[in-house]
Ligand binder design. Structure first.
Ligand SMILES: [Cu+2]
Length: 497
């Protein structure tokens, strides 16, 4: 019903998708604009409504919540005009971590095929959803791993250190202008986009003509599965808050009030009006404007808490009488400091095979780091929290929004990456890369940056002596085609509290 409404109807499928992002030439090529059809020409549309999506910044969660709730109320109003319509319809979510389902990472059945039992076309099916290339979506368990994002205690992150659950402080920012994305956006949000959208088998993914709708921010909102993916991302925000009473949303005015002026967030309403909103209106899902609750916000990490060698050792020591006498744990939060430990020597360009580089660090700084590990083990009072270590992939540029690769740290030379999952630091998906690479876009040109926590890996390598921490090997293994992707610098930062 929404798909049959004209573009200039602000409750139409196209208008809603253009709010996320639009590039007229791409939409036309993909058949979403007829030869004589153009974008609406109202100033509301041109100046405020379109190209609004907030990515790679700390407004990612609240902006998308406003977007989802506008969509849900517009679809609900459309459903209510049907005979015998249910009056309790709500937007479902795609829980790719659901342990009660045999393979939760398969595309939900209702979206997977074009044929419906009555033989008609399935409007939930999208032919430009290429998955692994042939239309089949394959998502590995590690692509949707929640541990990194859900374990981070802070919503707001710091540059080069932990990006936080929800991102680093930024102004209004559409798509990928500055590299400040939070951990949950980095994954599972980004990999699911690239793995669902993908690109057509046998074609060059550096050419946008070959990419799926979900692979690019400028077309993602056109695919119906977008809304179920984002409903789950929105649910995971509630899961994180519910995990630990110390996990809280920012209280800073600049976050709560959102951007100002012409770049205030705004959404169409079911009655055809427009309504501005701010992150502070998005905090309580039970508030009248939102009015929903998730069926399940239980903790998916319960029972598999971080197995940390230091903590295991510490617990053993605590059982020894006398050793922890007079122990005081400091509770005053301090501002974290972030310090560069070292970097590789030159930019790397990815090909179809794995790419290797070495991050060189200088001895005294690494000693400070390993000392912090020892201190946290043997004298908790002196250093209540060990340092955290972060691998930075800086200024990643390229044309392929569907590119995905795994990053391994500390692998011995010649070792087969697949045999060493313990060295796998994380997965990187480059959703939004082409716009952030394009110097014609606002703040474009510097590309994306990704930050992966490697504290546990470094800790293990240090304790086992398996790798030389002064010349740490980093291996990048493409999951799909990552040709032409370039990484200006690979570096390691330490963050102390
Ligand atoms: Cu998204």
């Amino acid at each position: 019903m929404l798909k049959s409404r004209p573009f200039d109807d602000i409750t139409s499928w196209k208008y809603l998708a253009a709010i996320h992002g639009i590039e007229e030439v791409v939409w036309r090529q993909f058949g979403w604009l007829a030869p004589d059809e153009h974008e609406p020409d109202t100033s509301e549309y041109l100046d405020q409504d379109r190209n609004q999506c907030q990515h790679h910044n700390w407004y990612f969660f609240p902006w998308h919540r406003g977007y989802l709730s506008a969509y849900e109320s517009i679809v609900r109003a459309a459903i209510h005009t049907l005979p015998d319509a249910p009056d309790d319809w709500a937007l479902p979510y795609w829980n790719y971590n659901d342990t009660a389902v045999a393979n939760p990472r398969l595309l939900p059945q209702a979206f997977a095929t074009n044929s419906w039992p009555d033989g008609g076309d399935n409007p939930l099916f999208e032919p430009r959803r290429f998955g692994r290339g042939d239309g089949v979506v394959v998502i590995r368990k590690e692509d949707v791993d929640l541990k990194a994002a859900l374990s981070d205690p802070d919503f707001e992150g710091v540059r080069n250190g932990s990006p936080g659950f929800g991102g680093v402080r930024t102004p209004f920012q559409h798509n990928a202008e500055r590299p400040n994305e939070g951990l949950l956006e980095q994954g599972p949000h980004d990999p699911v986009h690239g793995l669902v959208g993908g690109y057509l088998t046998g074609t060059d993914p550096r050419d946008w003509h070959n990419l799926g709708l979900m692979s690019m921010p400028i077309t993602a909102g056109l695919d119906p599965i977008f809304w179920l993916h984002h409903a789950n991302i929105d649910r995971l925000w509630e899961v994180w808050l519910n995990r630990n009473s110390n996990f809280r949303n920012p209280v800073l005015k600049s976050w709560l009030d959102g951007p100002s002026g012409k770049r205030r967030f705004v959404m169409p309403q079911a009655d055809g009006s427009r309504k501005e909103f701010a992150p502070k209106d998005m905090l309580d899902t039970k508030a009248p404007g939102l009015n929903y609750l998730y069926e399940d916000i239980s903790d998916p990490l319960s029972g598999q808490q971080r197995l940390n060698l230091r903590l295991v050792l510490l617990k053993t020591l605590m059982d020894v009488p006398g050793i922890t006498d007079g122990l005081e744990v400091e509770t005053m939060p301090k501002k974290p400091t972030v310090e560069l430990l070292g970097a590789n020597s030159k930019a790397i360009t990815l090909g179809s095979d794995p790419s290797a580089t070495v991050v060189r660090t200088d001895k005294p700084t690494v000693r400070k780091l390993t000392d912090s590990f020892k201190l946290s083990t043997f004298a908790l009072r002196a250093s209540p929290e060990p340092d955290r270590v972060f691998l930075n992939l800086e200024n990643i540029t390229g044309e392929n929004d569907a590119a995905i690769f795994d990053v391994y740290v500390g692998l011995a030379e010649g070792a087969v990456a697949a045999d060493h999952p313990e060295n796998r630091a994380g997965v990187v998906s480059l959703f939004g890369i082409s716009e952030s690479t394009n110097i014609a876009k606002p703040h474009g040109g510097s590309g994306l940056s990704k930050v992966i926590e490697i504290t546990d890996t470094i800790d293990r390598l240090h304790l086992t002596g398996e790798a030389n921490l002064n010349a740490l090997p980093v291996l990048i293994v493409p999951v799909n085609d990552a040709r032409g992707i370039s990484i200006k610098r690979v570096s390691i930062y330490r963050q102390s509290t």
